[in-house]
Ligand binder design. Sequence first.
Ligand code: HEM
Length: 260
Amino acid sequence: MAFLAFGQLKLRQLTFKVEKFSMSSNLATKLRVGTKKAHTMAENVGFVKCFLKGVVEKNSYRKLVANFYFIYSAMEEEMEKHRQHPIVSKIYFPQLNRKHTLEQDLSYYFGANWREQIQLSPAGEAYVKRIREVSATEPELLIAHSYTRYLGDLSGGQILKGIAVTAMNLSDSQGTAFYEFADISDEKAFKAKYRQNLDELPLDDATGDRIVEEANAAFGMNMKMFNELEGNLIKAIGVMLYNSLTRRRARGSTELATAE
Ligand code: HEM
């Protein structure tokens, strides 16, 4: 009898293990694979390519920082609302929050009255609207927004920071608070933990697929925002080129000609 009970217990433990295993969603892998194309496309947007080559125009950059301020504020506010949600709570990490760092950067780029000066661009507005919408209707999709921004920030932050400092002649870590995660000591380890939590989310396949789809949409929204800045950047590059071509006063043709 006791033996039978022991056998049943073992069987129950085994069943539990199998159930636990099958509850794993593999979402981290699904997201990485499912957004690979979108990531490559984002890397190839003109504004991003120029940034990577060290061509950064301060006015375009501060417009992006302003957009980010509204986007991260919305994302962090909505995540906070759902911090007790059975799924969203698993990737609720306030140490990732960027709102405060963006406030510091905005005060550097626009001055003390930055709040009166900044505004959302049309693409930024659509992005914020979508974050509010998914939070109200399907909060699990907030995971896609959190993943797209924060994992990207944790991945390339230090390189992008270095480029920004050199390209815009920044000093004393002014204007780059956004790239600093003061409450995360090991970004690589944190990213691994975040990915593990994604993998362990108890999600059905359909929800997992919708999160991947939403992450692709989030990449698209980022690209639209970068594209909006392209025009400004091209103009600025044109002005730079024009100035460098006309900077030195050349001797006039008639000055060069020898008088006969
Ligand atoms: C400036 C151009 C970019 C470069 C050079 C770049 C580079 C990288 C690299 C090297 C990784 C891999 C890190 C790793 O395997 O641990 C990565 C991951 C990632 N990046 Fe980017 N990235 C760029 C732009 C973006 C943009 C614009 C976004 C989204 C808005 C983004 C979102 C992500 C995400 C979500 C990951 C995590 C992938 C995963 O592990 O699932 N990246 N990036």
